[in-house]
Design a protein around this ligand. Structure first.
Ligand code: RP5
Length: 222
């Protein structure tokens, strides 16, 4: 059993001692290891995507899952994309979350270079980096549908899963669900997350019932 723990890639001496103290050695080593190395690679096609993609990072941070974040553009840095896929495999990422807007080829192209599962985040382009641009030019012409279809309509044999437009937070939760198959402690946290969601909806419903619909809306959305 201890040999198994030593073989775990990122266990530090102190964690090993702690694990030896613990009766359930394997279980403890698993808890420790998922907090020690990046298991998820987050990439995005442009810095303009970062304000959306941070939602994925925040969820992973909340559950103490390490991630590595980079900008990789399928169109503007094609060789870097190839290198990134190799890097992701070398790092041992279990999942890649890839966000892109417009002609969103990043998730699909990364998936074509690696067997690591890719979760695509379609982004409604919002680029206000150049102040001279008019308001219209800040947004993609198709409101994110362009990215959603670019990501989801992959050819047979080369799948990428897609979350909703701008729903990077959901990509983070989905990544955790995949990781939970390997890390039992995450399963517990996800169950707690589900139960918290339930409680918060019931709480709001109680308030709505008590105040009446009209007052509830006035108060909540003033
Ligand atoms: C895509 O083009 C990026 O993912 C981004 O959403 C979109 C616009 O890029 P910028 O013009 O904002 O750099 O490749």
């Amino acid at each position: 059993m201890i040999e198994h723990i030593i073989k775990q890639q990122f266990i530090s001496p102190i964690n090993l001692i702690l694990a030896i103290i613990d009766n359930n050695l394997l279980y403890f080593s698993i808890i420790v290891s998922y907090t020690k190395k990046p298991l998820v690679g987050i990439i995005m096609g442009s810095s303009s995507d970062s304000r959306i993609m941070k939602d994925a990072a925040e969820i992973l941070d909340k559950f103490k899952i390490k991630h590595e974040d980079q900008i990789v553009s399928a169109h503007r840095t094609p060789t870097r994309l190839d290198e990134y896929a190799k890097h992701a495999e070398k790092m041992g990422f279990k999942i890649i979350i890839a966000g892109a807007g417009g002609a969103a080829h990043l998730p699909g192209m990364i998936a074509s270079h690696t067997i690591i599962p890719v979760i695509g985040v379609p982004i409604m382009v919002y680029n206000d980096k150049q102040s001279k641009k008019t308001d219209n030019s800040k947004f993609s012409s198709f409101g994110g549908l362009d990215s959603l279809l670019s990501i989801s309509e992959m050819p047979s044999g080369s799948p990428v899963v897609a979350v909703g437009i701008n729903k990077a937070g959901n990509a983070g939760i989905y990544a955790m669900k995949i990781l939970a198959n390997e890390f039992p402690e995450l399963k517990k946290k996800l169950k707690q997350h589900k139960s918290d969601q339930h409680d918060s909806v019931v709480k709001e419903s109680d308030e709505l019932k008590k105040q009446g619909l009209s007052k509830f809306v006035q108060k909540k959305f003033k």
